[in-house]
Write a protein that binds this ligand. Sequence first.
Ligand code: CP
Ligand code: NVA
Length: 298
Amino acid sequence: MARHFLTLNDLSPAEIEGLVYRAIDLKAAFKRRELQRTCNGRVLAMIFEKSSTRTRVSFETAMAHLGGHAIFLSPQDSQLGRGEPVEDTAKVLSEMVDGIMIRTFEHARITRFAENSSVPVINGLSDSYHPCQLLADLQTFYERKGPVKGRKVAWLGDGNNVCNSWINAARLMDFHLHIACPEEYEPDGEMLAGSGGNITLTRDPQQAAANADLVVTDTWMSMGQEAERQERQELLEPFQVNEEILAQAAADVIFMHCLPAYRGAEVSAGVIDGSRSVVWEEAGNRLHAQKALLEFLL
Ligand code: CP
Ligand code: NVA
């Protein structure tokens, strides 16, 4: 049976930490221009049913560096867009490639894909989760501040797919995640139910940010939610990460955002372009963290 990576829960805490440390080593090797051909001859198919910059480039580059190859498939130019079932696609691709990354809307589509795939399937973002982002974010935290266990992370804004993966991370890695969001955009009740004492939900962004080691946010309008722009903007406005919010956090707080970011909406320009922001190295770590993941799964 192939190991899949559909949510962070598919890995144990020890495995996640192992991937983080391997990613840090791979990054050092990359900086020395040493390439490790640990996926020599391996092929990754990448299905993108939503747009991407970072996920596509990081997976494709990772496979090239590791000695393998990546194939980009979009609905426009594959039979998926003409209605070939995911089950059939999964079975066919399993006959040819060593792993499949998929970015899509409904999370159940990825689950169905994985159930029909005999090679590892990686969730490159669904409406519900973004686990690859969390590997890079955890790596960034470890590099800057050491192990995350027992630390305080504040999530401000939409209780979305990335937030759900932070909830999984908080439970697995045993840190405190304070989520400040409006009632309308809370994370799924089921998500919160399974997360033990690691999650605090609040309407007060200042309280969430108080003494936080890390403040994180994401766009107020995820892919597929374009029609809700106006109401989201209005309800989420009090949850912007700005200088006033960061002033509540620990003196050495860092700021993360998975990107793409919208300055003046979920984050002020002063914060994302300021000295506390680690967003560029966070984005760069997608490459290293996913190399560690690809080695592990393929
Ligand atoms: N953060 C992230 O997944 O970015 P892309 O949508 O550009 O892949
Ligand atoms: N929450 C965002 C993340 C983009 C990487 C979205 O789903 O569009």
